[in-house]
Design a protein around this ligand. Structure first.
Ligand code: MG
Length: 291
């Protein structure tokens, strides 16, 4: 199932994308949570209720609604640095972090993005929020946690995955560098486009086979299969939950492949009037204009 959060003028509600891509409003059906967070918390029973409500719920005209980010987690969006070999290479070659001795880290590099950076799948990325003028895109797979937990072993970690979404981990490169810790450079308002939906784990099958693609103004920039991740999804969940209590609805942005703007010589940063599109097979596309 492809679950969305939409606004029809009365506030955020939960819907399901039908086969034609139209939004079916299942928010009024019994047993379906009011918000995506509640749907995730209810788990399998909530999904069953949404499935059962599909045929009897209204299909909404596209023009009457706006898709929002599918979920607003309770913990910050967790994200992974340098998690594709080619990207680690381009990042290292850019001279961005001269203090970093190892191109491939021994352990996943984990940072977070503020919740206030989250926007919807077609909302604008406001580059003026980055005073350094070095805004860059990072197309990424987002993993949505279903059942939370602490000290989740990699062997059983996939049972904790509710589904998948697409994230653009927009980054102010100069801020990322000058503050050492990534948080500020990753957390400007509008710098976390997410969506367009959450595809439930049962529907997508082998996520490793899906390809991630990013274009800027239609020009191809990133194109890689998810299986190229250095630290795979179970390893990330094990590493984070070794210390962090993962909550239902938490989101992990799993890292970006090569092709980001800082990998160009000279770097190519996002400019107003650019349009960035990040898509992943089986999930959908984020299409965000830069203002
Ligand atoms: Mg990233």
């Amino acid at each position: 199932m492809k679950l969305v959060t939409f606004d029809d003028g009365t506030g955020p509600r939960v819907g399901v994308l039908d086969v034609g891509g139209a939004v079916v409003d299942v928010s009024g059906a019994a047993g379906v949570g009011e918000t995506m967070l509640e749907v995730v918390e209810v788990g399998e029973a909530g999904l069953d209720a949404a499935r059962a409500a599909l045929t009897s719920s209204p299909v909404l005209p596209e023009r009457s609604i706006r898709l929002l980010a599918p979920i607003m987690p309770r913990n910050n969006v967790m994200a992974v640095g340098r998690n594709y070999h080619d990207h680690a290479k381009e990042f290292s070659a850019s001279g961005f972090d001269a203090s970093e001795k190892k191109m491939i880290p021994d352990h996943p590099i984990i940072f977070t993005k503020a919740l206030s950076s989250i926007v919807g799948p077609s909302d604008a990325i406001d580059a003026s929020m980055d005073p350094s003028g070095t805004s860059d895109y990072e197309g990424e797979l987002g993993v949505v946690i279903g059942t939370g937990g602490h000290r989740i072993a990699a062997a059983g970690a996939m049972a904790h995955v509710f589904g998948y979404t697409v994230i653009n981990d927009v980054t102010a490169r100069a801020l990322q560098a000058q503050h050492v810790q990534f948080f500020i450079g990753k957390s400007a308002a509008t710098f976390c486009p997410m969506g367009p939906c959450i595809v439930t784990a049962d529907e997508i099958g082998d996520i490793g086979a899906a390809r991630l693609r990013t274009t800027v103004n239609g020009e191809p920039r990133q194109d890689a299969p998810i299986r190229d991740l250095i630290f795979d999804i179970p390893t990330l969940i094990e590493a984070i939950s070794a210390a962090v209590l993962l909550l239902p609805g938490d989101v992990i942005a799993t890292g970006t492949p090569s092709g980001v703007g800082i990998g160009f010589d000279p770097p190519v940063y996002l400019q107003p009037d650019d349009v960035v599109e990040v898509s992943i097979d089986g999930i959908g596309a984020l299409t965000n204009p830069v203002v």
